[in-house]
Design a protein around this ligand. Structure first.
Ligand SMILES: *Cc1c(COP(=O)(O)O)cnc(C)c1O
Length: 369
């Protein structure tokens, strides 16, 4: 069986260094808010090219706490609208509704799966305050255009960079385009911890310090609470794991690109649409997502031939019980995407031989009629 993702193998690559880092933390006697976290924050900010990075407990908190901080700073208030792509992973939308802001779903560009700048401009109202730009599957959204729109309408941009660590446009990385950016280091993400972790990057010093306080019970100073905060922290063990893996992120991008290019060059089947990319540097290949009208039978065909695939994502947010208010809305592009997408294995542990097997299966797939 070719697994979709073999986390054990991926982390075994770095096993010696990870164990050393773990021992370093155990022996330090300091487990929350210490040297590993501040070093990782500095190193990750440097990597993204931003001035600040604040570690938090996970990617959802990174987004939620950023919006919350803007509320505390007087930049947002309850009922303000946040534009977000309808086909995103639900976490992006949960961060909005958790803050009692209104998610305004827009259709993505069907070619890139990312928020379409055209549809954004059409739905801006006087209550619109934020564009939540999700870089889905590892490809950056059209940030130059979105930043211009935001400037013109005086909007904030929050990037959801949970899938796009390291991707860039004109040398400017994911996390350094918006007013702030949320990252997830969930184990399966391209920069993955060995547990939950997340971070916000920004060039806004005040925002960074409000987020840090919010994640620490709303406190800047021990036992003095400025806000009704939460507990959302990136612990020393996870920071130490991430510091090891950050050193390899660029070589991993190189490996992922090689595989993605192999698929793009060799998959040749009219029934299958390959991902459409404008520029390689824009794409980190978190997921290699193909589309076909015969998705379920293709999935079964691959399974029968020993290839595990996943669907990102089977049910869009507006069809979930959690968001019944959207039930009457129709987002045909988003719905078509959810019916047709299939993610095939692409990880640093997917060998070239595995890729050739997968390519062969994709090429010999015929629609059952
Ligand atoms: C994974 C993910 C998140 C949430 O990250 P967690 O660390 O799991 O909370 C948010 N947005 C997107 C697009 C994601 O893929």
């Amino acid at each position: 069986m070719i697994n979709f993702l073999d986390l054990k193998k991926i982390n075994q690559r770095y096993s010696l260094e990870l164990k050393e880092a773990c021992a370093r933390v155990i022996d330090s006697g300091w487990y929350i808010g210490g040297q590993e976290l501040s070093s990782f924050e500095q190193e990750f900010a440097n990597y993204c090219g931003t001035k600040f990075c604040v570690g938090v407990a996970n990617g959802l908190d990174a987004l939620t706490l950023t919006l919350r901080a803007w509320k505390e700073m007087g930049k947002l208030s309850e009922g303000d609208e946040v534009i977000v792509p309808a086909n995103t992973y639900i976490a992006s939308i949960l961060a909005i509704s958790e803050n009692r802001l209104i998610p305004v779903l827009v259709e993505p560009d069907p070619k890139t799966y990312n928020i379409s700048a055209e549809s954004v401009e059409k739905i801006i109202t006087p209550r619109t305050k934020v564009i939540l730009a999700v870089h889905l599957y590892g490809q950056l959204a059209d940030m130059p255009v979105l930043c211009n729109i935001a400037k013109k309408h005086d909007l904030l941009i929050l990037e959801d960079s949970a899938q796009s660590h390291g991707a860039s446009i004109d040398g400017r990385k994911s996390g350094n385009w918006g007013h702030a950016s949320g990252f997830s280091f969930y184990p399966g993400k391209n920069l993955g911890a060995l547990g939950d972790a997340g971070a916000v990057t920004t060039n806004d010093e005040e925002l960074a310090s409000v987020i840090r306080a919010l994640g620490n019970y709303g406190s800047y100073k021990k036992y003095e609470n400025q806000y009704r905060g939460v507990n959302s922290r990136l612990d020393e063990i996870q920071a130490a794991m991430l510091r090891v893996k950050l050193n390899y992120i660029d070589s991993e991008i190189f490996e992922r690109r090689k595989l993605a290019n192999l698929y793009i060059q060799e998959v040749n089947n009219n029934l299958i649409h390959l991902p459409n990319i404008t520029l390689q540097e824009q794409h980190f290949w978190h997921l290699f997502v193909i589309q076909t009208k015969n998705r379920d039978s293709l999935k079964e065909h691959l399974q029968t031939n020993g290839v595990q695939t996943l669907i990102h994502y089977p049910i869009p947010a507006h069809k979930q019980n959690a968001y019944k208010e959207f039930v009457a809305h129709s987002y045909p592009i988003t719905e078509a995407i959810h019916e047709r997408v299939l993610s095939v294995p692409l990880s640093i542990e997917t060998s070239e031989a595995d890729a050739e097997t997968i390519i062969k299966c994709l090429n010999n797939f015929k629609a059952a009629d």
